[in-house]
Design a protein around this ligand. Sequence first.
Ligand code: AMP
Length: 300
Amino acid sequence: MSVLVVGSMALDSVETPYGKVEDALGGSATFFSAAASQFTDVNVVAVVGDDFPHEQIQFLKDRNVNFDGLIEKPGKTFRWGGKYLFDLNQRETLFTHLNVFEDFNPELPDHYKQTPYLFLANIHPELQLKVLHQMERPQLVVMDTMNFWIEGTPEPLREVLKHVDILIINDSEARELSEETNLFTGAKKIQEMGPKTLVIKKGEHGAMMIDNETYFFAPAFPLKNLQDPTGAGDSFAGGFVGYLAKTNYLCQKNLRRAIIYGSTLASFCCEKFSLNRLEEINKDDIEKRYKQFLEMMKVG
Ligand code: AMP
C-alpha cells in the first residue's frame, strides 16, 4: 500500500556540538519520505519557494517518491533554525520562517486521493485538515505535531485529532496537549480527543506505545556517532508508517514491529547532518540494525 504525506519541505540551519549547517535540506515531509520510501511508494503534498534546490531531492525521486503534489511558488522556501546544547535531547528553536507556507492551499492531484495510508506530518493543522478533507476514506490516519502548533493553533489541532487513528508525539508535547504531568493519565485524555493509539517518543530514551490499556516500550538504538538529531521524529514516523503500509497489517504485534523499524530509521537519521545518512542507507542496512535491535531487547 502507498502512503501520502503532507508536511514541510524546508531549508534548515542547525547547530549541534558536532558541527553546523546552513540552509540544508530538511522538513517534516522530506525526512518522512526518505524513511518511508525504504518500504513503499510515497506521495508528497508540500510547497517550496523558487529558491528550492530540487536537485537535492533527486535521490527521493529515484526511490519512487512522487512529487506531483509539490507546488513551487514565487518566494522563499520554509526555513527553520535550531540549536542543540550539550544534552542533545534539548533543542532550542532559533527561528521558524513559514514563508511560502503562509498562504499555501493544498489541492491534491486526483490520483493521490485514494492513497490508503495518510501521514499528517508536523505542519499547520489547517493544512492537515484541508488534505484530510480531500482524501477518499483513508484506511489509516497517522499524525504528528509539535508545541508550536499546540500553543499557537489549538482549535484546528483539536479538529484534526478527531479524525486521527494514531498520534505520534514526544513526551513534553503529550504533557502540553493533555495538560497533565502524568503521561499515562495524559494519554487517556488524548485518546478521548480522537486517536486510539498513541506513540510517545522520548528521544534517546526510546518510544512507548499506548493502545487501550496495553503498553509497549522500545529503547532507542545506542548510537556512538550521533551528530544531529534533527528529523529523527519524522524519520521515526516514516519507518513506522512505511512498514505498516508495506505489510498492511494493523495488529498489536505488527504495530510493535513498526515501532522498531521507526526507531531504526530514526537512529540512522541522527548519524549525519540533514538527510545525508538517510540518503546513503539501503534495505540491508535497515534489516541488519532491526535485528540488532531485537537482539538488544531479548530477555534470556
Ligand atoms: P524533528 O526533528 O523530527 O522534530 O523535525 C525537524 C524538522 O521539522 C526540520 O527539518 C524542520 O524544517 C521541520 N519543522 C520545524 N518546525 C516546524 C514547523 N513549525 N512546521 C513544520 N515543520 C517544521
